[in-house]
Design a protein around this ligand. Structure first.
Ligand code: PGA
Length: 252
């Protein structure tokens, strides 16, 4: 049985005070039960203080980005070792906002995936198609290419452990959600694609859904056999919204 993972991607929101209040609300309301894990991914300046707040709780820490380089003259960048140092266990790599707005290539994403693992953390690799690509019927090709870029750099064994987040770009921050069946189709495809390399690894990889997931639609999505949790943007910014999804994970 794969554990469910519910990860909050706060993006560039909040302040020191807001992040402290958000984390204390989440820590105080973690649902009873087992079989699920919660992760929060605050903006970089708040990672260390959030790490202190979640110590000893069931909530783990993640970062939203990482440099592909180990150390050196890379102004404004943050090394994986630094993220590990402040207590991160996860790093989101290849989010569609980074691919689209900061021109991150699939090769760069693969290097970030490797840097994350080399530092002893688990990458959350985001893949997903745009609306145009879905309408053109190329969803599986696009996602296949995004996966292959990492697979050819790292090999299949690197996916144990790794997390994949399927995030249809057209569903991110739009209020549009993939239906459970639409999401399940793509999740099944991702797992089958990994299974071409290793059935055992494919079975263990957690595949999260992301894109306007919220309390009201979480149970339907999480009931699908290949959906192992969520990567949550907007609904991770209020304790009650995030905890409603955590509750759905605890119940499924
Ligand atoms: P959303 O964002 O939940 O606000 O759609 C998801 C994400 O970008 O990870």
């Amino acid at each position: 049985m794969r554990e469910l993972l519910v990860a909050g991607n706060w993006k560039m929101n909040g302040s020191d005070a807001v992040s402290a209040a958000l984390v204390s609300g989440i820590v105080a309301g973690v649902p009873e039960g087992s079989g699920f894990r919660l992760v929060v991914c605050p903006p970089f300046p708040y990672l260390a203080s959030v790490a202190g707040q979640i110590a000893g709780s069931q909530v783990a820490l993640g970062a939203q980005n990482v440099s592909e380089h180990e150390v050196g003259a890379f102004t404004g960048e943050t090394a994986a070792s630094m993220l590990k140092d402040v207590g991160c266990e996860y790093v989101i790599v290849g989010h569609s906002e980074r691919r689209a707005m900061y021109s991150e290539s699939s090769d760069q994403v693969a290097a970030k995936f490797q840097a994350t693992q080399s530092a002893g953390m688990t990458p959350i690799l985001c893949v997903g198609e745009t609306l145009e690509e879905r309408e053109a019927g190329t969803t599986e090709t696009v996602i296949g290419e995004q996966l292959d870029a990492v697979l050819s750099a790292t090999g299949i064994d690197a996916f144990e452990p790794a997390v994949i987040a399927y995030e249809p770009v057209w569903a991110i921050g739009t209020g549009l959600t993939a239906t459970p069946e639409q999401a399940q189709d793509v999740h099944r495809h991702i797992r089958a694609r990994l299974a071409e390399h290793s059935v055992a690894v494919a079975e263990n990889v957690q595949i999260l859904y992301g894109g306007s997931m919220k309390g009201e639609n979480a149970s339907g999505l999480l009931s699908m056999p290949d959906i192992d949790g969520g990567l949550i943007g907007g609904a991770s910014l209020k304790p009650s919204d995030f905890l409603a999804i955590a509750e759905a994970a605890a119940q499924s």
